[in-house]
Design a protein around this ligand. Sequence first.
Ligand code: PEP
Length: 259
Amino acid sequence: KFDRKPLIAGNWKMNMDHVQGITLLQKLAWTLSDARHDYSRVETAVFPPFTDLRGVQTLVQGDKLKLVYGGQDLSPEDEGAYTGDISGAFLAKLGCAYVLVGHSERRSIHGETDELLNRKVKAAYRNNLTPVLCAGEGLEIRQAGTHVDHTLNQVRAGTVGLTSEQVCELVVAYEPVWAIGTGEVAGPQDAQEMCAAIRAELGELFDADSAAKVRLLYGGSVKAANVAAILRERDVDGVLVGGASLDAAEFANIVRFEK
Ligand code: PEP
């Protein structure tokens, strides 16, 4: 666990226009500039809307802010006649390190299939972006007790055809849909159970050494008050934060979680 640096990621979703985004980041930078804290112990990432990325790049470059950022989605293609899409090549050119793939809102609102998401994961690697593959079950599946199978199927389908080297770099975010934006948090043991199952599955599909390097995040109503308990779990290597990442003070407190 201690070789895997915790990743604290804020998904802004379709919030914060490019002016609001800069204000939020400046507040975050100001809050995190407290020299008493060692920010190198975690990696902090934000996922703003596409239209904010150029501004974020400018601010991050010119500032001491040790922050990385990524897109919330990418096209499976690199360029061409794909109106409205944004390619991994464009994100890389804007300095993105990461890209979210298959967030539950993309799966449900845009009908993104596992097959499409696998192509997006490959497009991310092709462009030197680290994919954050999101997976997780809805409430009905949780109640039926098939949540582990369901989530592992998504992980399996999303990683088809990857090499072990690519898997070492992979980030998987377990996000039970019933806990997203609802205030319902899966218990730390639920997060651990699923993350351990995902790691074991990746070990079977690829190899145990590579699986041990994968960072596994939990997402779903994470806030400063519950982050430490979640991150104490053995196989949970970070969090993907939605709502609470829109408040600079709250997100800074998540980044500064006390072990
Ligand atoms: C998310 O959508 O990635 C998420 C975890 O949202 P929230 O923190 O608001 O539940």
